[in-house]
Write a protein that binds this ligand. Structure first.
Ligand SMILES: Cc1cc2nc3c(=O)[nH]c(=O)nc-3n(C[C@H](O)[C@H](O)[C@H](O)COP(=O)(O)O)c2cc1C
Length: 196
């Protein structure tokens, strides 16, 4: 196969829309790899909430382990796998925190329960029991009782992954898969085919 689309972000968005159709999984789900300054790797799934020509946006607790890694070594990689399309997309690049305005806008759009969860959970920190977590949630519920618009906690927000490379992998017969690596060059991207 050939990739007709020169713009990997447009290509990503097109394929993401196709992946949604009849998917038995959440197509915005991606594995996010980070590394500590000392080179300790770490990977976990996240939901990639918004993608455009600036990059890929994820949201999390800024005191979590991933945030600590992203803040000390602001480079990351994402891998999507859309099994219904037989497609993998890998993104690598530099990471920066989103502006408070962008994080506020996303937080405002979340359901109330997710907002309370964001306030209540000291993500990645040790807790004694599930009861402790429930007690933290109840405390936050009491705090915001009667408050219609729960504000975003300043310890929670987004990161933007600014792609330097985007690779598309398409399942092929006899393991002869197609791979297209887009590398950022100036304002655009250069595309090379890689052996599977
Ligand atoms: C499908 C899926 C989606 C997830 N989405 C997010 C997310 O968008 N943000 C987030 O902070 N954690 C998300 N998580 C939880 C993370 O995988 C992880 O457990 C958590 O963020 C703590 O990771 P850390 O200790 O490396 O910071 C998700 C987990 C799964 C399985």
């Amino acid at each position: 196969m050939q990739l007709k689309q020169d713009d990997p972000i447009a290509r990503f968005l097109e394929d993401y829309e196709r992946a949604k159709i009849g998917a038995s999984f959440e197509p915005s789900r991606a594995a996010l790899a980070t590394s500590s300054l000392g080179g300790v790797p770490s990977v976990r799934y996240v939901l990639v909430k918004w993608v455009d020509e600036r990059g890929f946006r994820i949201f999390t607790n800024y005191t979590s382990r991933k945030a600590r890694f992203l803040d000390e070594n602001p480079r990351a990689s994402l891998a999507f796998h859309w099994e219904n399309l037989g497609e993998q997309v890998r993104v690598e690049g530099r990471v920066e925190r989103l502006s408070a305005e962008e994080s506020d806008a996303y937080f405002a759009a979340r359901p109330r329960g997710s907002k309370i969860g964001a306030w209540a959970s000291p993500q990645s920190h040790e807790i004694a029991s599930r009861e402790e977590l429930i007690a933290l949630v109840e405390e936050v519920e009491r705090r915001f009782e009667g408050v219609e618009d729960i504000p975003r906690p300043d310890f929670w927000g987004g990161y933007l992954l600014i792609p330097e490379t985007i690779e598309f992998w398409f399942d092929g017969d006899n393991r002869l898969h197609d791979r297209f690596l887009y590398t950022r060059e100036g304002d655009g991207y250069r595309c090379r085919r890689l052996a599977p």
